[in-house]
Design a protein around this ligand. Structure first.
Ligand code: SF4
Ligand code: F3S
Length: 359
């Protein structure tokens, strides 16, 4: 078997300079949340470490997760696809097709057993008749590839929790991929779609440190899912001051006030959108005027209706009452403090819409 190229060798082979390589490593270190003095650790790992073989399977999904992934900006998608990973199989991105691409999957099982990362977008139907690819049921393909993987990454809310296919009445019996795995570690990167740089960060972490990143009780990497959107939201000062948008076309909306009363689920949603933002750090839903609809949380399609305010958010034991808070402009400062106090007692949940934490 041909010797696997290191990430550095792949970068140079694709016509980039060492300076480009160092820039890529610095971007990765930033994505990993490492202090810039530690970027040499990433440089060393990328010089020595070989590209990670990745098999990317798509099941019951809309392909939005792949769409999001190919917009990675830090590092850029081409660096990830050409240099950091060796994408052995992807229905969306592989240039090969038919028997040729099916053979790639067999080759991975033969040559990289226990070394490859299995990325999955989309949920699996309980009834195998609902999805088959290349004459095999999706479940059979998944179980075969999962058994030989070093780790499985459930990329997106469908593979993480079941997603839209699992929404009521769930005609296919859609489930998260984790419910079919017991022996291989599963990393959840939920979001509809998820943030591309989180996937990049997870892969970079595995290459750099030779182990999986720290995960929370649900299997999400803590470095990207430790905060609620609400904790880092750019509109948080307005929440604390009791200044809310009442309607999407009112003066509060023009002023950029808090979107809680028009259905924002930021107080109960764990994701990095408010910190990392999207499209190279340009914006994220709340910054663009749209409430967070909780797309990274389990069962979010059934946890609606969207854009409807919640004086009490189910399952969180919070007692935020924006009606009372917004009543007096004079009492804004005092009310803000009171809201802040109640807002921050939103409890960390032990379950997300019925999905149990492992701890
Ligand atoms: Fe931001 Fe939503 Fe929290 Fe308001 S409720 S501060 S818009 S996350
Ligand atoms: Fe989703 Fe909320 Fe982020 S809707 S994209 S988790 S701001």
């Amino acid at each position: 078997m041909e010797k696997k190229k290191t990430v550095f060798e792949a970068v140079i082979e694709h016509g980039f300079t060492r300076r480009d390589f160092l820039k890529m490593c610095t971007a990765l270190a930033a994505t990993l949340g490492l202090d810039y003095t530690k970027s040499d650790k990433v440089v060393k790992a990328m010089e020595m470490g070989s590209r990670v073989p990745v098999v990317w399977l798509s099941f019951q999904d809309c392909t939005g997760c792949s769409e999001s992934f190919i917009r990675s900006s830090q590092p850029k998608t081409e660096s990830v696809l050409l240099d950091m990973i060796s994408l052995e199989y992807s229905e969306v991105l592989s240039t090969a097709s038919g028997y040729q691409v099916e053979k790639s999957m067999e080759d991975v099982l033969k040559n990289y057993k226990g070394e490859y990362i299995l990325a999955v977008e989309g949920s699996l139907p309980e009834n195998e008749a609902f999805l088959s690819i290349a004459g095999k049921s999706a479940k059979e393909t998944f179980l075969q590839m999962a058994a030989g993987a070093k780790a499985i990454v459930a990329y997106g809310s469908c593979s993480s929790w079941g997603g839209i296919a699992a929404a009521h009445p769930n005609p296919t019996g859609a489930k998260s991929i984790k419910s079919y795995v017991s022996n291989t570690p599963v990393i959840l990167i939920p979001g509809c779609p998820p943030i591309a740089e989180v996937m990049t960060g997870v892969i970079a972490y595995i290459i750099t440190f030779g182990k999986l990143p720290e995960l929370d009780g649900f299997g999400r990497p803590t470095s990207f899912y430790r905060h609620r959107i609400h904790d880092k939201c750019n509109r948080r000062a307005y929440f604390d001051a009791g200044l809310f948008v009442e309607n999407f076309d009112d003066e509060g909306a023009k002023q950029g006030y808090c979107l809680y009363k028009v259905g924002c689920k930021g107080p109960t949603t764990y994701n990095s959108c408010a910190e990392m933002r999207w499209n190279g750090g340009v914006s994220y839903p709340i910054q663009s005027g749209n409430p967070c609809i909780g797309c990274a949380e389990a069962g979010f399609w059934d946890n609606g209706p969207f854009y409807t305010r919640r004086a009490e958010i189910p399952g969180t034991q919070t007692t935020i009452n924006p009606d009372k808070v917004g009543l007096s402009a004079i009492g804004v400062a005092a009310a803000g403090i009171a809201v802040h106090a109640t807002g921050t007692v939103v409890k960390k949940r032990e379950t997300i819409n019925g999905v149990e934490k492992n701890e």
